[in-house]
Design a protein around this ligand. Structure first.
Ligand code: ADP
Length: 178
């Protein structure tokens, strides 16, 4: 059966604003915000931490099985928030939002979060080299990948409005599908 609502991935380097956008969008659209990092932590879908990078070494098979069991591909209406995206099967996903941020702004956000040394450096490099944007473009059809700025407060509002309009259009385009 075709899903009645789209599934959206929000991705980008840590600190770009994924959680901020995902929470607001989930609220305004009535969608479910799935914080993948939180699931990895809560459910123990990892093989410990990479101490240098300060991130989890994720057990991708367990994570995927867990997400599959939520039936998101049939129900739709899910916002997947994660600093990676290639893992999610294409058939689950209708829109991939890659948030981008100016490097000086990101530097301030990450240092405020206590990132330093290698962890700070790797994430700054990742944003400057647009690693997540390239990953999204390599993993999904070009027309479902959008790059949005998240430098200032007004960007969030503008982005939310834009995604709401896109969801409206998606619903119209898919109305009546069984
Ligand atoms: P992520 O989930 O990608 O790690 P967060 O949503 O947690 O990012 O945002 C990191 C920090 O930056 C938070 O303090 C948040 O309030 C701030 N922030 C995110 N996006 C914006 C924006 N567009 N304008 C101003 N502050 C932002």
């Amino acid at each position: 059966m075709a899903r009645k609502n789209p599934n959206i991935v929000i991705t980008g380097t840590p600190g770009v604003g994924k959680t901020t956008h995902a929470e607001q969008l989930a609220q305004s659209l009535g969608f479910r915000h799935v914080s993948v990092n939180q699931i990895v932590k809560d459910e123990g879908f990892h093989e410990g931490r990479d101490e240098k990078l300060g991130s989890w070494v994720v057990d991708e098979d367990k994570l995927l099985d867990y997400l599959e069991a939520t039936n998101l591909s049939e129900t739709g209406g899910v916002i997947l928030d994660w600093h990676a995206c290639e893992l999610f099967p294409e058939r689950w996903i209708d829109l991939v939002i890659v948030l981008r941020c100016d490097s000086t702004v990101l530097y301030d956000r990450l240092t405020a979060r206590g990132y330093k040394d290698k962890k700070l450096e790797e994430n700054m490099d990742s944003e400057i080299m647009q690693v997540l944007l390239d990953e999204a473009r390599e993993s999904y059809r070009e027309e479902i990948v959008v790059e949005l700025r998240s430098d200032k407060d007004g960007d969030v509002e503008g982005n939310i409005e834009r995604v709401e309009m896109w969801v409206d259009q998606w619903r119209k385009d898919h109305a009546g599908e069984e």
